[in-house]
Design a protein around this ligand. Structure first.
Ligand code: ZN
Length: 440
């Protein structure tokens, strides 16, 4: 199916302008003045923004083994509904994606079932360096290293093994950067307490020092020469300060959850905002914003991590860590940006251009002729209503969000994935059109 999108505000990499866009055989054929012989189904888009689909390089779609929380079909729907057309999925599943066979089996199980394009990370263990060495850099976006335990069994806190992976991996590494011994000591001290006694309980149980010491060590290693790596979900002001001096092989991410909320908000949300690393304090949140604006933090990833509401309502020690963040992402970012006076192009840099550059996505990312047509039609004067908990109007499987009941500015009317109209006016269209990404 070919498409003509008429009279939109086109968010091209060189800047914005009014015009038409033409999709032929899944790819962009022209922008601006399109040929008079152009043919295809037409969408009138006057007043709307045509944006490249967002690239979320940090999601947990829970497949295989945790599919009561979400699966690739349900969570990729949440992605597309939120304006995300490409996701990179984490390996901390059951079993974890820590052998080449499991990686291949996961890919085959997802083919034809993902509404978004996808890349699958590999997980590092103490004894799978021989598999890591054989990863294909054109297909595998990276190896995730959990320096502290979070959801799942993946933990690698042996510095000598991490050093070897830092020297020998053929693909980018991604670090969950917390120091396990500091986390364990703090948990032993605080985990028996309750939210009633300690309003910032989770921040005490997973303190800033765990992040700071871990990131300090990673940066020391990086200065001695390593393969490129990405530090995930940065949460502290001190890490932003250290990252300002990073070598060019190091990049970093933060997440919308840490930009919207801080530990002061635990008194309202408690376990709903329990995630790892923990939310830090108001001063840290301000530093994250400054780090993003200064280009010290390169990307925004959602860390979309669905858990059932019943699981989140367990007592603090048993409640799982993670927050679903995808379903209403673009209007949420638009609102966060408006409060800070940052334009939509800011989010496109953090969630399209920077990921496309860092991972060298082939033919994907910005609105460019010849690239795959992954795009979102966004109406800046519309509104998006986030449903209440358990509502079937939630897009992911777990049916809640910390934004429950919110009214967000702006609304998505259409999403194209590989030139296929996949979402229009709140309904999914056709069949899942996501493909595995190609890199390099
Ligand atoms: Zn994560």
């Amino acid at each position: 199916m070919n498409w003509i999108i008429r009279d939109a505000r086109l968010f091209l990499p060189e800047g914005e302008r009014e015009g038409d866009a033409w999709i032929v055989n899944g790819r962009w054929a022209a922008f601006g003045q399109i040929p008079s012989c152009a043919h295809g189904l037409a969408v009138q888009a006057k007043g709307a923004y045509l944006l490249p689909g967002l690239i979320d390089t940090h999601v947990h779609f829970r497949e295989p083994g945790l599919t009561h929380k979400g699966n690739f079909y349900t969570e990729s729907r949440a992605a597309v509904a939120g304006g995300v057309t490409t996701v990179f999925d984490m390996p901390n599943t059951y079993p974890p994606t820590t052998t080449l066979e499991r990686w291949e089996a996961k890919l085959q199980a997802i083919m034809g079932r993902s509404w978004a394009n996808f890349g699958l990370y590999f997980g590092a263990t103490a004894d799978n360096l021989s598999d890591i060495r054989r990863l294909d850099p054109h297909r595998v976006p990276g190896v995730k290293v959990f320096l502290a335990a979070s959801t799942g069994e993946l933990l690698l806190d042996n510095e000598e093994i991490v050093r070897r992976i830092l020297r020998e991996s053929p693909v980018r590494l991604l670090f969950h950067s917390e120091r396990e011994v500091i986390v364990q000591a703090a948990r032993a001290k605080w985990e028996s307490h309750s939210w009633e006694e300690v309003p910032d309980l989770h921040t005490k149980a997973r303190p800033s020092e765990a992040c700071i010491e871990s990131t300090r060590w990673l940066l020391q290693e990086a200065h001695q020469g390593t393969v490129p790596f990405h530090i995930l979900h940065v949460t502290t002001a001190e890490e932003v300060g250290m990252l300002a001096e990073r070598p060019p092989t190091v990049s970093a991410e933060t997440c919308p959850v840490y930009l919207q909320w801080s530990a002061e908000d635990f008194s309202t949300y408690r376990n709903l905002l329990k995630c790892n690393p923990s939310l830090k304090y108001h001063r840290d949140r301000e530093a994250l914003w400054q780090g993003l604006m200064a280009g010290i933090l390169d990307t925004v990833g959602t860390d979309h991590a669905p858990h059932l509401l019943e699981e989140k309502k367990l007592p603090y020690p048993q409640a799982p860590s993670g927050v679903p963040s995808l379903g209403f992402l673009l209007p949420w970012l638009w609102q966060l940006g408006q409060q800070r006076g940052v334009p939509l192009q800011f989010w496109l840099e953090k969630m399209v251009y920077a990921p496309a550059r860092l991972w060298r996505l082939r033919d994907r990312g910005p609105l460019c002729e010849g690239y795959w047509a992954d795009a979102v039609l966004f109406h800046p004067t519309g509104q998006t209503h986030v449903p209440e908990e358990h509502s079937p109007l939630h897009y992911g499987k777990c049916r809640w969000s910390p934004l429950n009941g919110a009214v967000l500015p702006g609304a998505i009317s259409h999403v194209w994935v590989n030139g296929e109209l996949s979402f229009a006016h709140g309904r999914f269209q056709g069949a899942p059109a996501g493909r595995p990404v190609e890199l390099g």
